[in-house]
Design a binder for this molecule. Structure first.
Ligand SMILES: *[C@@H]1O[C@H](CO)[C@@H](O)[C@H](O)[C@H]1NC(C)=O
Ligand SMILES: *[C@@H]1O[C@H](CO)[C@@H](O)[C@H](O)[C@H]1NC(C)=O
Ligand SMILES: *[C@@H]1O[C@H](CO)[C@@H](O)[C@H](O)[C@H]1NC(C)=O
Ligand SMILES: *[C@@H]1O[C@H](CO)[C@@H](O)[C@H](O)[C@H]1NC(C)=O
Ligand SMILES: *[C@@H]1O[C@H](CO)[C@@H](O)[C@H](O)[C@H]1NC(C)=O
Ligand SMILES: *[C@@H]1O[C@H](CO)[C@@H](O)[C@H](O)[C@H]1NC(C)=O
Length: 507
């Protein structure tokens, strides 16, 4: 496994070296240019194995080109050549295979086309410029006119999952993981990380904020009429939040803050939902980790996924209600609302799970109401079509309401009483023909907890191998290692005695 990974990295490096040569030695004739003019067109050559450069920056550190992603797919990307790290990707709405005869053309607008189907895969969106250049910041610009030239489009305004040093992240943009499960967005005086609703949920699920950083406003106030805020990674090693240039309204410092490290820096929302910053260590030829937003695995949504809970500080997971075959506790909800997407009549297709001793890891970010009892708290959620779950705290009387399928739950003390609506992929897909599912469910409920305990007993005792450590060693890992942090199988924690499956099955 490791060898395979190294092998493919090696190939990437070789390609990058070739691209560096193409970019720096002035071999711009048939390899890569330094400027694209109107009328430019380049056909993609699928015989390249990883990356085919088309346009270089003046320093030879970055190139725009065709990038092979996910083993088979084609994308347009700006690569940091020494590391082969894509700093920007176009991410076409309709992805194409690497083998399709694609071409990149520029006629005022930069367009990626599938030539056989004559289909536009991606375009910069109606920009009317005279030339395309790649700046030494990695910013891809479409410029117009003479001097000073106007910028009609730039890749810095539509980031994918990374911002580099000097790039403004405004509230008009957001960072998304490539699978679009997680996002980073700016609010008026804060920025947050969110679990994105599945595209198929058609509005029945809200984005769930799982991490929030609020501006301290020590050196500059954010004022209501002062326009939108923006964030930027600064060369001194911090993420600054501004409303206007000058002293920042907030400084989120990295490990090397003010250590005099002068290197290319980037901040990336990674596949596991964590936000990390790195700098490029030229001598060591690696990205050095410099900041990690979330150090507690239970506060990271990818650790346990939907309908599961996490044991604090261990990163171990168990399902809220079910033993599991390793694929997860239940597929996150798709399609329709909780109150019937067809008729509008109350009674969508879901089942209810009650579980004590769990609470939301992100409860500080959740709305709550005061409630006299657990039953009252539960009823507030049960009758509310946009509520996916509630957790009541016996004692304080806080009733937390979730407008997304249960995620980010952690084990807690016995005063916490949770109530969750579970709607699986299968149920959602079966839609109106839910009678069969209902029958299965009735049988399941009749056998009830026995089945669950049996399943638990036979359930996977696979060891949770997550290598999540906040310790210094792990923090030195380079970007290429990040894939190892993807979620693994669910470990069954055994006791399901406190699970109660409701017999109410709503239609
Ligand atoms: C990458 O490939 C895997 C399996 O081949 C697939 O499940 C996944 O959706 C793909 N991701 C993207 C972004 O295309
Ligand atoms: C990048 O280009 C600008 C001017 O376009 C220049 O001032 C700066 O020194 C360059 N930086 C590097 C690292 O080459
Ligand atoms: C970032 O925003 C500031 C303030 O609007 C602007 O002066 C600067 O040119 C922007 N930088 C880039 C790279 O767009
Ligand atoms: C629980 O297990 C049953 C049987 O395997 C399955 O049909 C159901 O979807 C599971 N429910 C959840 C919430 O995982
Ligand atoms: C229904 O639940 C949502 C989210 O949990 C909450 O924002 C909303 O205020 C609730 N509506 C009512 C009428 O209680
Ligand atoms: C809540 O606390 C009260 C008083 O301590 C206790 O009687 C009651 O059983 C508790 N309810 C739950 C659901 O734990």
């Amino acid at each position: 496994m490791e060898a395979v990974r190294r092998g493919s990295c090696f190939v990437v490096l070789c390609v990058a070296v070739a691209a560096v040569l193409a970019c720096s030695a002035g071999v711009a004739v048939d390899a890569a240019a330094q400027e694209l003019r109107r009328g430019f067109s380049a056909a993609h050559d699928p015989s390249y194995s990883q990356f085919e450069p088309v346009l270089c920056d003046p320093t030879g550190a970055f190139a725009l080109g065709f990038l092979l992603v996910n083993s088979t797919m084609l994308d347009l990307a700006v690569l940091h050549l020494p590391s082969s790290f894509p700093l920007w990707r176009a991410i076409p709405d309709r992805p194409a295979q690497w083998s399709v005869p694609a071409s990149l053309s520029f006629d005022g607008d930069l367009v990626l086309t599938d030539r056989t189907a004559n289909k536009v895969l991606w375009s910069s969106g109606g920009a009317a410029g005279d030339r395309v250049v790649l700046l030494n910041t990695s910013n891809l610009q479409i410029q117009s006119g003479g001097s000073p030239s106007g910028v009609v489009w730039q890749s810095f305004d539509s980031p994918s999952e990374t911002i580099v040093q000097g790039q403004n992240l405004t509230s008009a943009a957001a960072l998304y993981t490539f699978d679009r499960r997680f996002a980073m967005r700016l609010g008026t005086n804060y920025f947050g990380l969110y679990i994105e609703p599945p595209p198929s949920s058609s509005g029945s699920v809200a984005a769930a904020m799982y991490w929030k950083h609020t501006a301290l406003e020590a050196k500059a106030q954010i004022v209501a009429a002062g326009g939108p805020t923006y964030a930027r990674v600064e060369p001194d090693g911090y993420l600054a939040m501004y409303q206007k240039e000058g002293p920042p309204a907030d400084v989120l410092s990295f490990d090397t803050f003010n250590h005099g490290v002068r290197a290319l820096r980037r901040m990336t929302l990674e596949a596991d939902g964590n936000l990390r910053a790195y700098y490029w260590d030229r001598d060591g030829s690696r990205w050095v980790l410099d900041y990690t937003a979330i150090t507690d695995p239970c506060s990271l949504p990818s650790t346990c996924g939907a309908y599961a809970f996490c044991v604090p500080h261990s990163g171990r997971c168990a399902c809220l209600a079910n033993a599991t075959d390793g694929s997860g506790c239940a597929a996150a909800s798709v399609g329709g609302g909780l109150c019937g997407s067809t008729g509008g009549e109350v009674g969508g297709l879901y089942w209810e799970v009650r579980r004590q001793r769990v609470e939301p890891a992100n409860k500080e970010l959740l709305p709550f109401e005061h409630s006299p009892s657990a039953a009252d708290c539960e009823a507030r959620c049960a009758r509310n079509c946009s509520c996916w779950g509630s957790v009541y705290t016996n004692g304080t009387g806080y009733c937390y309401l979730m407008d997304y399928p249960a995620q980010m739950m952690v084990a807690a003390d016995e005063r916490k009483v949770g109530y969750f609506k579970v709607r699986s992929l299968e149920e959602a897909a079966s839609g109106d023909g839910g009678g069969r599912v209902a029958g299965v469910k009735a049988a399941l409920l009749a056998v009830g907890v026995t089945v669950l305990v049996a399943a638990a007993a036979f359930g996977a005792y696979r060891v949770w191998k997550r290598r999540f450590r906040a310790g210094a060693d792990a923090r030195r890992q380079v970007g290429a290692d990040d894939e190892r942090l993807s979620p693994g199988p669910y470990k069954n924690l055994g006791s399901f005695s406190s699970v109660e499956l409701s017999s109410s099955f709503r239609r």
